[in-house]
Design a protein around this ligand. Structure first.
Ligand SMILES: NC(=O)c1ccc[n+]([C@@H]2O[C@H](COP(=O)([O-])OP(=O)(O)OC[C@H]3O[C@@H](n4cnc5c(N)ncnc54)[C@H](O)[C@@H]3O)[C@@H](O)[C@H]2O)c1
Length: 277
């Protein structure tokens, strides 16, 4: 009898596992639970300082080093991932982002343009490079599913998110364009998941992340989406149960993106300020 696991027999490539907090780690673990065979990838530096090897071992996944901004390394990765997994890729997760401007505390009105270009290259163009590499090597299976993780600062101006907001807007546009091209070619779906603020290595430098996460949690009718919620949504998108969902930016945020003000938030604000009407 065929397994009921959602990703049984599927081959997946996962970018961005750094440590146990990484959103990509939660996605990779859930994909493994649902029966997928995986290749994990990250940069040489991340492999040195993160827990990447140990986490790959836990999932019995292969590990291939790759800087996602380097097209030669992407070619090597995509070719070898297919060899290791013995077939074309059924799904890919792009969970790659970095901003030196954010890390070094440079505000939007004083950006270093070399860092700005790096932010766009690492956090947005890398997604185009990845998809173009897959397309040219014909590395994705028919009906494959590709997901990139994004954030609502792409759609609304948000204090402190800095040049990463521009990168995320570009990332979402790249997803739509590849969704059209790859959809027509091989029924490949390309979506972005706009995740609630979640404490990870990448967000530690983000301006008042804990306070901000408290605010969005209280504004969202369902509360913030956790990393596990993100993993489940990605698994659903990678599965055969969302065959016609493509070119979308899917908000995994408990309803935050559609809420201007909630009773829950007013209660929270009154508690914080000890004020009542
Ligand atoms: N944590 C959040 O609140 C949140 C919310 C929405 C979206 N996201 C997005 O989720 C994704 C994953 O971030 P995270 O929060 O899990 O943090 P994380 O630090 O665990 O993941 C970021 C990953 O990007 C990798 N990376 C950086 N430069 C790279 C390069 N040149 N080539 C290959 N990999 C590279 C890092 O090594 C790291 O593994 C990012 O795109 C982030 O913007 C995060």
């Amino acid at each position: 009898m065929k397994s009921h696991k959602l990703l049984y027999g599927k081959r997946g490539l996962i970018f961005g596992v750094f440590d146990r907090q990484s959103l990509a780690w939660h996605v990779a673990r859930q994909c493994a639970i649902e029966g997928a065979d995986l290749v994990l990838t990250n940069t040489a530096q991340a492999m040195q300082i993160g827990d990447v090897e140990q986490l790959a071992e836990e999932l019995n996944a292969d590990l291939i080093q790759c800087d996602a901004t380097d097209t030669k390394q992407l070619e090597f990765l995509v070719q070898n991932a297919q060899k290791v997994l013995a077939g074309k890729l059924d799904f890919v997760l792009h969970a790659v982002a970095q901003s030196q401007n954010l890390r070094r505390g440079k505000a939007y009105h004083e950006l270093n343009y070399n860092y700005y270009a790096q932010t766009l290259d690492t956090s947005a163009l890398s997604f185009h490079k990845l998809l173009q590499t897959c397309y040219q090597l014909d590395a994705l299976a028919d009906n494959a599913s590709v997901v990139a993780l994004t954030y609502i600062a792409s759609e609304r101006s948000l204090a402190g998110y800095n040049d990463m907001a521009d990168a995320k807007a570009m990332l979402e546009s790249i997803a739509r364009n590849w969704g059209r091209i790859y959809g027509e070619k091989k029924a490949v779906r390309v979506n972005t998941v706009s995740q609630s603020p979640t404490i990870t290595n990448a967000t530690q430098k983000f301006y008042r992340i804990s306070k901000f996460a408290q605010i969005t949690d209280n504004l969202s009718p369902l509360g913030n989406a956790t990393a596990d919620d993100c993993a489940k949504l990605c698994v659903a998108l990678f599965s055969d149960y969302m065959p016609k969902v493509t070119m979308q930016n899917i908000h995994n945020d408990g309803g935050y993106s559609m809420t201007a003000l909630s009773d829950k938030f007013i209660d929270f604000w009154e508690q914080q300020t000890h004020k009542k009407d």
